[in-house]
Design a protein around this ligand. Structure first.
Ligand code: ADP
Length: 447
């Protein structure tokens, strides 16, 4: 087992990883920017190292400073959290070259899944169902037209290097295709320095359902069921649940089995998420994230398994603590992402939190790095906390969520709490009857 883990992140996820390390009796080092000197993860860690000024590229993305911090403190492993360097293959390679363990998959696996064309090709080879589309990058308009005619309109043009929903354009008819192709290419070139694009069938009303998987790096793979993250705004997840209101146990076991086998065949190590669009009972792979996800706590709530413990065990060579047959799904869990944003316009609302009171009681978990008197720096993501509620079934979970939202107090700044108080009383949400467009349509109507 590791002696000392360096946590290369901030906010609630830094605290989340710190808690897991403490439970496992592992010493902790955190790195932070000058803007985060008074952050909770810095206060609670055994050691902390200031690695630079507020902008992320000079601190949380500064590989040299982070490697130096490992060497100075004698850390033998790094947990990257999510975001920042968590899916940076070069970072994983550099740590390996310094004999420091990256708590995550190999640089090669990160690289494959970071390229969407390569990821899709790999998924297909491993027997994962994919969206019908071009086999690789589209070279010209003629080819785009041929493929689109084959798969049928509407189609979506996507950037191979894509991320954050950028470089995606929908073409409803052949007349739209030329413009869609050109704009997707130029957006991709500008955003990612790579204008390779591919084409796939555009699904009209899918849900976003993702499978939590784990590999032990020695040919064993398991799945921890799915999460439904269909409630999104601008491709950002807002509310996540496990299990999905749309799946039954047989469907879960079937797609879970396919994913677990793929992970085993790939020789994958650590946590991963295989993301699908789900429509009319069919799954369509869109991408795989090679890291822990923001929404992992809903999976922990229904399985009772600490996924960060598992990540650390696997990375240290100790293997997974569970076999597939040990993983049971109990009850229902929902996560609300609480952002320091105006609940109507979603503009960031940094500032000082004058009062912070979190709900408690059975089935309630709050993961947050903030506290009363904390000043939210304006430089980073606006996520200030996550409320995760568990109940024996979805109805109980929703009743408990409503109660927990009523108890939650964040004064001094604007937050997205009022949005969740609206959502929890909405009949479509109560029925689990929503797709990936539902929230945007709901917000447009409320305007
Ligand atoms: P990114 O990495 O940029 O987030 P994804 O491939 O994960 O890109 O897609 C982001 C979102 O775009 C999906 O959650 C979905 O809302 C939409 N999307 C992507 N592919 C399709 C498709 N084939 N049909 C319909 N919507 C799609």
């Amino acid at each position: 087992m590791f002696q000392k883990i360096l946590i290369a992140n901030r906010g609630e996820i830094a605290l989340r990883v710190l808690r897991a390390c403490k439970e496992l009796g592992i010493q902790t080092v955190v790195v932070h920017s000058t803007a985060d000197s008074d952050a909770m993860h810095v206060r609670l860690a055994d050691e902390s190292v200031c690695i630079g000024p507020p902008p992320s590229r000079e601190s949380y993305l500064n590989i040299h400073q982070i490697v130096a911090a490992c060497e100075i403190t004698g850390a033998d492993a790094v947990h990257p959290g999510y975001g920042f360097l968590s899916e940076n293959a070069k970072f994983a390679d550099i740590l390996a070259a310094h004999n420091i363990t990256f708590i995550g998959p190999s640089g090669d696996h990160i690289r494959i899944m970071g390229d969407k064309i390569e990821a899709k090709r790999t998924a297909k080879r491993l027997g994962i169902p994919v969206v019908p589309g071009s086999d690789g990058a589209i070279s010209d308009e003629k080819e785009a037209k041929r493929v689109a005619a084959e798969i049928g309109y509407p189609v979506i043009i996507k950037a191979s290097a894509g991320g954050g929903g950028r470089g995606m354009k929908v073409a409803r008819t052949e007349a739209d295709l030329e413009v869609a192709l050109q704009t997707a290419k130029s957006e991709a070139g500008a955003a990612f320095g790579d204008d390779a694009v591919y084409i796939e069938k555009y699904l009209e009303k899918p849900r976003h359902i993702e499978l939590q998987v784990f590999g032990d790096g020695a040919g064993r793979g398991v799945h921890f069921g799915e999460r439904d993250c269909s409630l999104q705004r601008r491709h950002q997840k807002v509310w996540e649940e496990a299990n999905s209101p749309a799946l039954n146990a047989e469907e879960r076991a079937r797609i879970g089995g396919i994913c677990a086998k793929a992970i085993a065949d790939l020789g994958y190590s650590g946590a991963g998420t295989i993301e699908f669009l789900y429509e009319n009972g069919e799954f369509y792979f869109i991408e795989m994230n090679t890291r822990l996800q923001v929404e992992h706590p809903v999976t922990e709530a229904i399985t009772g398994i600490d996924l960060v413990h598992e990540q650390i065990r696997v990375a240290s060579g100790g293997g997974l603590s569970v076999r597939q047959e040990d993983i049971k799904f109990n009850g229902h869990a929902i996560e609300c992402r609480i952002n320091a944003e105006d609940p109507r316009t979603f503009t960031p609302s940094p500032g000082t939190i004058t009062h912070f009171h979190t709900p408690g009681g059975l089935g309630i978990r709050v993961d947050s790095g903030v506290y009363s008197g904390y000043r939210i720096p304006p430089y980073y993501d606006s996520l200030i906390g996550k409320l995760i509620v568990h109940g024996r079934n979805r109805v109980e979970c929703m009743m408990r969520l409503r109660r927990a939202l009523d108890e939650f107090v964040v004064d001094g700044i604007k937050t997205t709490l009022p949005l969740f108080r609206d959502l929890v009383g909405n009949p479509d949400i109560a029925n689990g009857d929503y797709d990936i467009h539902w929230l945007e349509e709901y917000l447009a109507k409320a305007d």
